[in-house]
Design a protein around this ligand. Structure first.
Ligand SMILES: Cc1cc2nc3c(=O)[nH]c(=O)nc-3n(C[C@H](O)[C@H](O)[C@H](O)COP(=O)(O)OP(=O)(O)OC[C@H]3O[C@@H](n4cnc5c(N)ncnc54)[C@H](O)[C@@H]3O)c2cc1C
Length: 385
């Protein structure tokens, strides 16, 4: 089964959906509001479930070349004392794929390269959608004025602030604040200290700091603070340098070497209220538009990639209408459960009162328990064909 498809949004979810559908013979047009595809200056972790999905759509080799295979993850406290070390080989052996870190721009680039830039229409901002029995029409604002396009299938991948979600599901209340903020930066290779190939995450009271060596010697870091603390700061690096100055090396050095123009502040929102459906007539929502989760278990983009693969497979197997129903039936329970877990982990991690309990639990728990605990996320595999 193939036909014409419109994808709204050229994020990780939209690009993967375009690729997955193209591989099934669909003619795909991607509409993106931005003038160029310039994802935020940050990295993204591709967990084994997403790596298996990316291999399935034919970009496993590109990911291997452009990403960096993680060797493990170490949890520390601000003094530098190690609470736990989870080696990657256990995860890889158990779940059948490694964990990669990759610059977001590189992931977009490798997906777009496979999809083909001719499929992409930039400066098209979706503003409305009408569904019909066997097609759907999307209206766009462009620099030249209003235009519209109709296709057999529309995939809405316009992210957490989706413009089309409320049009399709006016009863849904939209995103909620998770109560904390993430600051992100990338230190260019020339200024980056020599960083361990193991991802480091440091847990403080109501704050976390992560360090991840990514491609070509660059280092990605993130700092997480409760919103009230983050709001005390002006935008800018100096308050962050002061906030983390007593944390272990190389945290102060990384903050000091970050170019101001790459610092990003991201107040975390998610869809606390699950959508009652991801599908309406010939339209499917995927990724953050359908089920934005908090970043605490690093699964938002991974789930968007899974959605894309499941959607294309379901439509190929069952035709569009039954395929969309199948997609909805498969993806809602999985994403709802991942969202619940992620939200709970975030609440626990950011609770300053519970931090001694959290640290004691991590110190006392064997790493094999953590490796197994991720099985719901990492154990997902595309249907064998
Ligand atoms: C701090 C942080 C760290 C994270 N780390 C990870 C991680 O390590 N691993 C992981 O898997 N996930 C992670 N995530 C989650 C991940 O970033 C998102 O889940 C993922 O980017 C969602 O992809 P998407 O394609 O659904 O939406 P988006 O990436 O938001 O893409 C939406 C696209 O649609 C476009 N668009 C929006 N509105 C319109 C419109 N009206 N018309 C046309 N185009 C439109 C946008 O410009 C954008 O290009 C993290 C999130 C945060 C906040």
């Amino acid at each position: 089964m193939s036909g014409t498809a419109i994808i709204v949004g050229a994020g990780i979810g939209g690009l993967t959906a375009a690729l997955a559908l193209q591989r099934k013979g669909w003619q795909v047009d991607i509409y993106e509001q931005a003038p160029t595809i310039r994802p935020v200056g940050a990295a993204v972790g591709m967990a084994p479930n997403a790596v298996k999905a990316l291999r399935y759509v034919g970009v496993g080799e590109d990911l291997r070349e452009r990403g960096r295979r993680q060797e493990g993850i170490e949890i520390r406290v601000p003094s530098g004392r190690s609470l736990m070390m989870i080696p990657a080989f256990g995860i890889e052996r158990r779940y059948g794929a490694p964990f990669y870190s990759i610059h977001r721009a590189d992931l977009h680039d490798l997906l777009l390269h496979r999809v083909g830039v001719t499929a992409l229409r930039t400066e098209h901002r979706a503003t409305g959608i009408t569904t019909h029995a066997d097609s759907a029409t999307v209206t766009f604002e462009t620099p030249e004025g209003t235009t519209s396009a109709t296709a057999d299938l529309v995939v809405v991948a316009d992210g957490i602030k989706s413009r089309l979600r409320p049009e399709l599901f006016p009863g849904h209340p939209g995103p909620d604040s998770a109560g904390y903020t993430v600051w992100r930066g990338i230190v260019p290779a020339a200024d980056a200290p020599d960083i361990s190939p193991v991802v480091s995450v440091t847990w403080g009271r109501g704050a976390r700091f992560g360090i991840d060596a990514i491609n070509d010697g660059q280092v990605y870091w993130f700092a997480c603070e409760n919103l009230a603390d983050a709001d005390k700061h002006e935008h800018g690096l100096d308050p962050l340098v002061a906030r983390f100055r007593r944390w272990h090396d190389p945290i102060p050095q990384l903050l000091a070497s970050t170019p101001a123009e790459v610092l990003g502040r991201h107040d975390v929102y998610y869809l606390r209220t699950a959508m009652l459906s991801f599908v309406r007539d010939r339209v499917a929502l995927i990724g953050d538009a359908a089920h934005a989760v908090t970043p605490d278990i690093g699964q938002g983009a991974c789930l968007a990639i899974e959605d894309a693969v499941v959607l294309a497979d379901a439509i190929e197997e069952h035709g569009v209408d039954r395929g969309l129903r199948t997609y909805n039936a498969i993806r809602r329970p999985r994403t709802e459960s991942m969202s619940r877990v992620s939200g709970r982990v975030g609440g626990f991690m950011q609770n300053p009162v519970l931090s001694p309990v959290r640290d004691a639990m991590a110190f006392a728990t064997p790493t094999s328990v953590f490796t197994r605990a991720m099985s719901a996320a990492y154990g997902w595999t595309p249907a064998a064909r």
